[in-house]
Design a protein around this ligand. Structure first.
Ligand SMILES: Cc1cc2nc3c(=O)[nH]c(=O)nc-3n(C[C@H](O)[C@H](O)[C@H](O)COP(=O)(O)O)c2cc1C
Length: 200
């Protein structure tokens, strides 16, 4: 969407994220169970499947796959993207703003724009492959030394980028330590019920 007033409101719902207002394009990625239900209704067939959590998982995975393909395509054209999980801070307000019918949920948003090359951005270092790739069976959580090494690597990167350095591990824990850190998303089950999802 490109409507400035709408993006102002969405930015507000997402906790005042200015890039939602500033980016030339903002995309909202939807888990759309309405489309499937409509097919059943047209045919007079009562659908049992769509009320199950499994179907919501599939629709959200679909949205994420489509979005990531769009992100890769955008980047191949020199554009930049920012995923916006903040769309889930106030799911009902976002649904009303986007005119979503029951059984359609905005999983996340995405800002699309031209990166400021002068800003000197770089790719954030990732956790080492040994942590995220398990061979044959789950190989356990990373040991203290591996986490400490990644914390250090990320601090170096943040310093290079002019950011305030902070340990990845401490930040990760902080993000889930207290409910306020979830920015309203602790009521996701209730919000989804309000949007017509049964989640059996
Ligand atoms: C699912 C998801 C949701 C995100 N939500 C937000 C958000 O609401 N606001 C934001 O500024 N960045 C958001 N981000 C972006 C991250 O905070 C971070 O800037 C980005 O992943 C860093 O990109 P990099 O890891 O490629 O450097 C989100 C990223 C993902 C994957």
């Amino acid at each position: 969407m490109t409507d400035a007033d709408r993006r102002d409101r969405l930015a507000e719902f997402a906790g005042g994220q200015r890039h939602i207002q500033q980016a030339p394009l903002f995309l909202a990625w939807l888990a759309d169970m309405r489309r499937l239900r409509a097919l059943g209704e047209e045919r007079g067939i009562a659908l049992e499947g769509p009320d199950y959590l499994e179907m919501q998982l599939v629709s959200m995975v679909d949205a994420a796959l489509a979005a990531q393909n769009a992100a890769v395509a955008a980047e191949s054209m020199g554009l930049g993207t920012v995923y916006i999980g903040g769309m889930r801070n106030h799911p009902e307000k976002v649904a009303a703003e986007l005119g979503l019918p029951a059984n359609v949920f905005c999983v996340f948003g995405m800002c699309v724009g031209w990166p400021d090359l002068a800003a000197g951005e770089d790719v954030k270092p990732r956790l080492p492959q040994s942590v995220v790739l398990h061979r044959e069976q789950y190989e356990g959580t990373p040991d203290t030394a591996t986490v400490a090494a990644y914390d250090l690597r990320l601090r170096e990167f943040q310093t290079e980028q002019g950011m305030i350095p902070a340990d990845w591990s401490a930040q990760s824990v902080q993000r889930v330590e207290k409910l306020p850190a979830l920015m309203g998303r602790h009521r996701m089950r209730e919000a989804m019920a309000n949007l017509g999802f049964i989640l059996k």
